[in-house]
Design a protein around this ligand. Structure first.
Ligand SMILES: Cc1ncc(COP(=O)(O)O)c(C=O)c1O
Length: 279
């Protein structure tokens, strides 16, 4: 079995046993969900697109009022260097800490789950689910923390369970006014009229994806960042989910309709996999 690696930011970076408890019971990250995190691919023994993730970590921390300590790049590289495998998942977490105490930072490197590899290669089935808010709301109400990668992911996980209850592997959130938003752990993109379309994160309050930023620049067809309706999504030629560890995952079935793996998705997946090794 591949050994996971846990490295702490404070007093280090330093390695500890991966089973070590690292947060206090009164840490606000635990008690109130006030923690921020980043998950990225380890490829060829390096953390892929680390600077994009570190920039987003800093932006998330600011929105959750966490005084982010320094040293994250060193921590990330230190943890990945201590990991025996070339490929894995690196998760960086910073909790707000206990009241009056310092934030707590750590890096965990683990193997890529087999289900993730399967989804990348063979695709996923997905269903659309209501998020229950109008598309513009999260951008207009910053306290809803749209676009922030905090550990308050209980709604995201519940959405995945709701999708599973419907026999699917993933979900795509739709606003109450019928606009496509994102998936619980991925950016959504689709192919319509020969163009690759993805929703504008800042307009709909979704997480600005690092994978989308890298992959869409490699697209073989023109890219459009604009709002799209659920009807447009259901009528799309191809649909894909973009996220750091899965990469470009084809949506092979949407709301019960088979889509398969289209040529634009396949080409983008190949280009992204190449870029991951150098990014
Ligand atoms: C809600 C949400 N949207 C989008 C993404 C995709 O972000 P990235 O491509 O940086 O992994 C994620 C990643 O976990 C996510 O949780």
């Amino acid at each position: 079995m591949v050994e996971s690696v846990l490295a702490l930011l404070s007093g280090g970076p330093r390695l500890v046993d991966p089973a070590t408890p690292v947060v206090r019971a009164d840490d606000l990250g635990l008690a109130r969900g006030e923690s921020v995190f980043e998950t990225m691919r380890v490829a060829g023994g390096r953390p892929a697109f680390l600077s994009l993730h570190l920039d987003r970590l800093a932006r998330s921390a600011e929105r959750v009022a966490i005084a982010l300590p320094g040293g994250w790049e060193g921590l990330a590289r230190f943890a990945v260097d201590a990991y025996a495998e070339q490929d894995g998942v690196l998760r960086l977490t910073c909790t707000k800490g206990a009241p009056g105490a310092e934030p707590v930072g750590f890096a965990l490197v683990t193997p890529v789950p087999p289900t993730t590899l399967h989804a990348r290669q063979h695709g996923v089935s997905a269903v659309t689910l209501q998020l229950g808010v109008p598309a513009a709301l999260r951008a207009d109400a910053p306290w809803l923390l749209g676009g922030v990668k905090s550990t308050s992911y209980a709604v995201n996980m519940a959405s995945l369970r709701a999708a599973e209850d419907q026999g699917a592997q993933d979900a795509i959130w739709i606003s109450s006014d019928g606009v496509v938003l994102e998936a619980p752990t991925a950016t959504v993109a689709w192919v319509a009229d020969g163009r690759l379309v993805t929703p504008p994160a800042e307009q709909v309050g979704t997480l600005p994806g690092t994978t989308a930023a890298v992959a869409l620049a490699l697209s073989s067809v023109p890219v459009e960042t604009r709002l799209g309706t659920v009807d447009e999504l259901r009528g799309a030629d191809e649909v894909m989910l973009l996220s750091s560890v899965r990469g470009v995952a084809p949506v092979i079935r949407l709301d019960g309709v088979d889509l398969g793996i289209g040529p634009v998705t396949a080409a983008l997946r190949a280009a992204y996999e190449e870029a991951v090794l150098h990014g």
